[in-house]
Ligand binder design. Structure first.
Ligand SMILES: Nc1ncnc2c1ncn2[C@@H]1O[C@H](COP(=O)(O)OP(=O)(O)OP(=O)(O)O)[C@@H](O)[C@H]1O
Ligand SMILES: [Mg+2]
Length: 253
């Protein structure tokens, strides 16, 4: 089994004659929490789906550990921007199905127990037996998170996982994600367009330029110790404000 470093090696992505992503290289260390930040359409989801093994660079390569990624794998779990739940299965069914595909070593009763635990953690016990059509966008998003967390992949790929949530639920799930990450130290690559979220969560923030010919234009280390609550009077408030300004300036380019 390889380690869970992610190496993006001189990738490009073109559709026809349009180069969406110009040559880009990035390394994410094992156990690191990295956010990809950038304007809409710059290629964040494209890069994440290449790490997931669901699409491929036009040139260059993406590796997990020392193996070039040639398709999806149980070592990588993805939470999609558009939830991507199976519409004919209940919330519970989606989580159990994810476990069945990625963790065939679990028995059906183990799958059930794990699904029950995760439904509880994302506050969806009451909606466990509902199909996606009867769940709100935010509820579907929470099922997507539970499905990925339940699999416990060594590389967790999150595409704007909190986009459709109200502020309170969003904060709860951000803290839960941090708890899961701190307990297990999985490698996390998360797409966000929210500067505050990136500063709250990430070890490093990779900022992308607008498309076409987008690439990573900055690699900013968030050098504030955790926990990083929104205490604007705290010891690190000044540094936080600096980072916020730096990221906003980069996004405006
Ligand atoms: N199949 C396709 N054919 C042509 N262009 C595509 C295709 N898929 C994606 N693109 C283009 O690639 C670019 C990057 O798309 P991507 O979904 O990665 O952006 P994103 O950074 O995730 O944006 P957002 O923040 O809006 O989710 C966009 O300009 C999009 O129009
Ligand atoms: Mg996207």
């Amino acid at each position: 089994m390889t380690d869970s470093t992610v190496t993006i090696n001189e990738i490009t992505k073109s559709y026809g004659t349009t180069t969406i992503i110009a040559p880009t290289s990035v390394t994410v260390e094992e156990g690191e929490f990295v956010c990809l930040l950038g304007p809409s359409g710059c290629g964040k989801s494209t890069i994440l789906s290449m790490v997931a093994g669901l699409s491929f660079p036009s040139t260059g390569s993406v590796s997990a550990g020392d193996e070039v990624i040639t398709g999806p794998g149980a070592d990588r779990g993805m939470v999609f921007q558009n939830h991507a739940l199976l519409p004919w299965m209940t919330a519970r069914g989606n989580i159990e199905f994810g476990l069945k595909s990625a963790r065939p070593e679990y028995s059906s009763s183990e799958r059930r127990t794990i699904a029950t635990q995760w439904l509880e953690k994302v506050n969806l016990s009451h909606a466990a037996e509902r199909r996606p059509a009867r769940l709100s966008g935010g509820m579907q998003q929470r099922v997507g998170l539970a499905r990925a967390f339940a699999i416990d992949p060594s590389i967790l790929l999150l595409d704007e996982p909190f986009g459709a949530l109200d502020a309170l639920t969003r904060r709860q799930l951000q803290l839960q994600l941090l708890q899961v990450w701190e307990a297990s130290r999985r490698t996390v690559v998360m797409v966000t367009h929210d500067v505050e979220e990136a500063i709250l969560l990430a070890d490093r923030v990779l900022v992308m330029a607008p498309s076409p010919d987008s690439t990573v234009i900055a690699d900013i280390r968030i050098d504030i110790p955790r926990p990083r609550m929104e205490d604007e009077q705290g010891e690190h408030a000044g540094r936080k404000a600096e980072l916020r300004q730096q990221l906003l300036d980069l996004l405006q380019h």
